[in-house]
Write a protein that binds this ligand. Structure first.
Ligand code: PMP
Length: 386
């Protein structure tokens, strides 16, 4: 029997074999013509995936937190006002991060499972001159989805730069960065982009670059400073060699392959597949009697689900039983309620088999725990929903 378990956490995810193959090719020089071509292709394709033809793409070795850091450190100067709209753990992280660069941060916290109403965001923007507004597309701690479009509109109306944390959304939720007028959309490789962990990925608008270009103080983070990276990205875009820090070569080869797979599928088709899978998965959870954190289905992400454990059970025991059924899911993350719920990622190459296997594993775990479960009913509903 295979010991391979199905990885259904919200990143890292199961990766395409063709992408993984690129991780083991002999590492070329970072200035070899073939690698320069791969880097340039990846930058070009990112703009298609982000739907931001006039944007500037950055590929930098690091994680999603570095991508947050790059956007924050380049756009904040000491004393700038920043508004963080938080739907969970990662909003709070952004507030802390921006303070390190001297920002005066105001944070609007959504109630658990909900969003901050956009009127409330606008009311806050009227109170003082903000330089920056950040929000999380899908907060991976709550599985709550924000609608980015009105944030982009507010950014334009109040002349505030907008940063979208798309770590758990890019390539799994609709992103129309240029149409929406979002200034920076960040992500990381290990989620719906479908590449092992290790790349910080972002696309910045020309407006963001122009605001950065007028800084009065140096960027407070040497590695993240766009002055170091912009010439490198421009060189790779022009298919020329350059160097600042050694790129994560195999990861970038894997990124090129994954972006090709994403664009070959087509963005609309891909987002629709994610939407269907997420919706079907949650319809199965409902049959199992599990409530989810998002307060309604419209606020539930395509890319992951966050169900509460049934009352009075020890969550860790259920997670263990799910693991014994061959599926790896994640525990809760939001401080205060983290032991009360768990998280299942369904993004990237996820398919119907993956979600039925996962629902079966959860069903078995609950059954073994003594819950009166009608066997197979959750699968039937999920498949019908599809
Ligand atoms: N933002 C969100 C929404 C995330 O889900 C994550 C990772 N789970 C991060 C930021 C941080 O990314 P990383 O773990 O790659 O640093």
């Amino acid at each position: 029997m295979s010991t391979k378990k199905l990885l259904m956490i919200p990143g890292p995810i199961e990766f395409e074999p063709e992408v993984l193959k690129m991780m083991s090719v002999p590492t070329p020089s970072h200035v070899s013509p073939n690698f320069i071509e791969s880097f340039g292709n990846s930058l070009d394709m990112m703009k298609d995936v982000w739907n931001c033809p006039s944007g500037q793409a950055f590929i930098i070795a690091g994680t999603g937190t570095l991508a947050m850091d790059i956007a924050g450190s380049n756009l904040i100067e000491p004393g700038d006002h920043a508004l963080v709209v938080s739907t969970g753990y990662f909003g709070v992280r952004y507030a802390e991060l921006l303070k390190r660069y001297g920002a005066e941060v105001t944070i609007l916290n959504a109630p658990i499972g909900d969003i901050v109403p956009i009127d409330q965001v606008e009311e806050e923007l009227k109170k003082k001159k903000y330089k920056l507004l950040t929000f999380t597309h899908v907060d991976t701690s709550t599985a709550v989805l924000n609608d980015p479009k009105p944030f982009g509109e507010l950014g334009k109306k109040y002349d505030v730069l907008t940063i979208l944390d798309g770590v758990c959304s890019v390539a799994g939720e609709e992103i129309l960065q240029e149409d929406w007028g979002i200034d920076v959309v960040i992500t990381a490789s290990q989620k719906a982009i479908g590449v092992p962990p290790g790349l910080a990925l972002l696309v910045a608008s020309q407006k963001a670059l122009s605001v950065w270009g007028k800084r009065k103080t140096p960027v407070g983070n040497y590695y993240a400073d766009w002055s170091n990276w912009l010439p490198i990205m421009n060189a790779y875009s022009d298919r020329k060699p350059s160097y600042f820090g050694t790129p994560a070569i195999n990861l970038i080869l894997a990124l090129e392959r994954s972006l090709q797979i994403i664009l070959n599928e087509g963005m609309e088709k891909r987002i629709e597949r994610h939407r269907k899978v997420g919706h079907a998965f949650r319809s199965g959870l409902k049959v199992l009697g599990l409530d989810i954190i998002p307060v309604n289905e419209n606020l539930a992400a395509n890319t992951l689900s966050a169900p509460y454990f049934p009352k009075d059970v020890v969550g860790a025991e259920i997670l263990n039983k799910i693991l014994n059924e061959g599926v790896i899911v994640a525990g809760g993350l939001l401080p205060g309620i983290n032991s009360q719920y768990f998280r299942i990622g369904h993004m990237g190459k996820v398919n119907v088999d993956d979600i039925t296997t996962t629902l079966s594993a959860i069903e078995s775990a609950l059954f073994q725990h003594g819950f009166n479960i009608e066997k197979g009913a959750c699968l039937e509903t999920a498949l019908k929903t599809l």
